[in-house]
Structures are given as C-alpha cells and as structure tokens.
Design a protein around this ligand. Structure first.
Ligand code: GAR
Length: 210
C-alpha cells in the first residue's frame, strides 16, 4: 500500500537559507515528505527564487492587500489548508499570525529561532535584534531552537536546541553566521522526526520516541 507523503508548507520572508536546508534534506530523502508550497510576505525574498529553482510552487501574499492581520492570517492559513499541508515550517518568516493559524495547525507548525529560548525571544526579537541582545548581555553561549508554534511569541514547546559559543570579538554577523550553520542541521532534523511520527508532546515537553 502506498502511503501519502506529508505535505510541508514553508513560510519565508528573506534569504531562505533554512528553506534551502529543508529542500536539500527532502531531495536526499532524509525527510520523508514533500514541499507543497513556499509562501512569502515579501515580493523580493530570495527564498522564492530558491524554491523556483526546484519547481516548488511559490506564492507571494502581499499584506497590503488585506485590511488587518486577521484577514492576512486567514488568507495564508486557507491557502495552506486547501493544499492539504500537514506541517507548516516558519523559516525566517517575519510576520506574526493570529490564533486562527494556530487553531488550524495545532502542533503542526514549527519555527526556528536563532537563540536558546526561552531567553532572547518574544516580540521584537528576530534576526539581528536577537544577536545584538545576546552580545549586549555578555552571554557565553547562544544557539538555536526549533519549537512548535503556539499562541504566544516564541513560547511553544521546544523540539530541539543546540548551543553555540559566543566568542571574544564576535560581531552580530560572525555570531549570526555561526548559529545559522547549526540551524541548517537542526531544522531538517526536527522536521525529519515530525515526518516520522517520532515527536510526542506532553505538556510543554516534546519527547523523542525511539
Ligand atoms: C534565521 O536565523 C532564523 O533563525 C531567523 O531568521 C533567519 C532567517 O534566515 N528567524 C527569526 O529570527 C524568527 N524569530 P534564512 O532566511 O536564511 O533562513
């Protein structure tokens, strides 16, 4: 009997290096799934070009065409639902969606964050702002976190984390680069576990089934 593969939808806003890591893992059959759609809130996101190279369907959904965040969230959510998406991956998606999205994808949406949550997360903590805050704090370690998306901002159950050292003389760019290369390994791994049905959520704890 042939099983229907998991359909992944990826939401992006920028360069899409995490999207690339996911594409590579799917193409190498490390993740048993297919990428059905890549959606961006930015017309010029390089992530859309990356997806196009592999003939993955792409969609630019312009926030300006919607009266508010709720209407925008509904448009994106309905698009994902209509395509039968079973896992949504936020990969550098710099937009906050409303609870309509979470209700439609409960424990079926993941995000990657470039720090060790619950530290250095929350409103305004994205991209270089995160690394700036880490450097200001004097922390010796940062890292990245893959977590399920819940109603809060960066508060959902943590799936995987990896520490990355903050080195003397680091700048935002050097730290971001060191963390990004770890993100590229961690995100596909979390998706692989999800696709294989190996993640079990008990309260806030995500357990990895053998
Ligand atoms: C990544 O570092 C990701 O962790 C971060 O944006 C970057 C996107 O890079 N996401 C956030 O800050 C979300 N809070 P990419 O477009 O090359 O994948």
């Amino acid at each position: 009997m042939k099983t229907i593969p998991l359909k992944i939808g990826v939401l992006v806003s920028g360069g899409g290096s995490n999207l690339q890591a996911i594409i590579d893992a799917v193409r190498r059959h490390r993740i048993k799934a297919e990428i059905s759609i890549v959606i961006s809130n930015k017309a010029d996101a390089y992530a859309l070009t990356r997806a196009g190279k592999y003939r993955i369907p792409t969609l630019y959904v312009d926030p300006k065409n919607y009266k508010d965040r709720e209407a925008y969230t509904r448009a994106i959510t309905d698009e994902l639902k209509n395509r039968g998406v079973g896992l949504v991956c936020l990969a550098g998606f710099m937009c906050i969606l409303t609870s309509y999205f979470i209700k439609n994808f409960p424990l079926q949406a993941m995000n990657i964050h470039p720090a060790l949550l619950p530290a250095f997360g929350g409103a305004g903590m994205y991209g270089h702002h995160v690394h700036e805050a880490v450097l200001r704090s004097g922390a010796k370690y940062s890292g990245c976190t893959v977590h399920f998306v819940d109603e809060g901002c960066d508060t959902g159950p943590i799936i995987l984390q990896q520490m990355v050292p903050v080195k003397d003389g680091d700048t935002v760019d050097t730290l971001a680069k060191r963390i990004l290369s770890v993100e590229h390994r961690l995100y596909p791994l979390a998706i692989k576990y999800f696709a294989a049905g190996k993640l079990q959520v008990v309260g806030k704890r995500v357990c990895l089934l053998k």
